[in-house]
Design a protein around this ligand. Structure first.
Ligand SMILES: [Zn+2]
Length: 89
């Protein structure tokens, strides 16, 4: 979501310190303040968020064990029958 308050003139990336133009990007979880450039967003922020998701999956598998093929098949069948679309957001 774009913040209309954010200036479009050159800003300084909170992660690498380079100037960037435009609205910048939310740097969480790497920083809780400031905005970051597109390069840092693509190369650092997005991978950091993916790592959080992978870690969560690893924790779930460790706690509950991996899902069986039957679990996955049953879930897919249920989703198909309910016309529910799986959303990867
Ligand atoms: Zn940067």
């Amino acid at each position: 979501m774009r913040d209309p308050e954010v200036q479009t003139s050159a800003q300084t990336c909170c992660l690498c310190g380079d100037p960037y133009a435009g609205h910048g990007n939310n740097p969480e979880p790497l920083s809780e303040a400031g905005r970051c450039c597109d390069d840092c967003n693509s190369l650092r922020v997005v991978p950091a968020r993916m790592n959080i998701i992978y870690k969560r999956i690893d924790d779930l598998v460790e706690e509950y064990g991996p899902p069986s093929e039957e679990d996955i098949f049953t879930r897919l069948q249920e989703e198909k029958q309910s016309d529910k679309q799986v959303k990867y957001v």
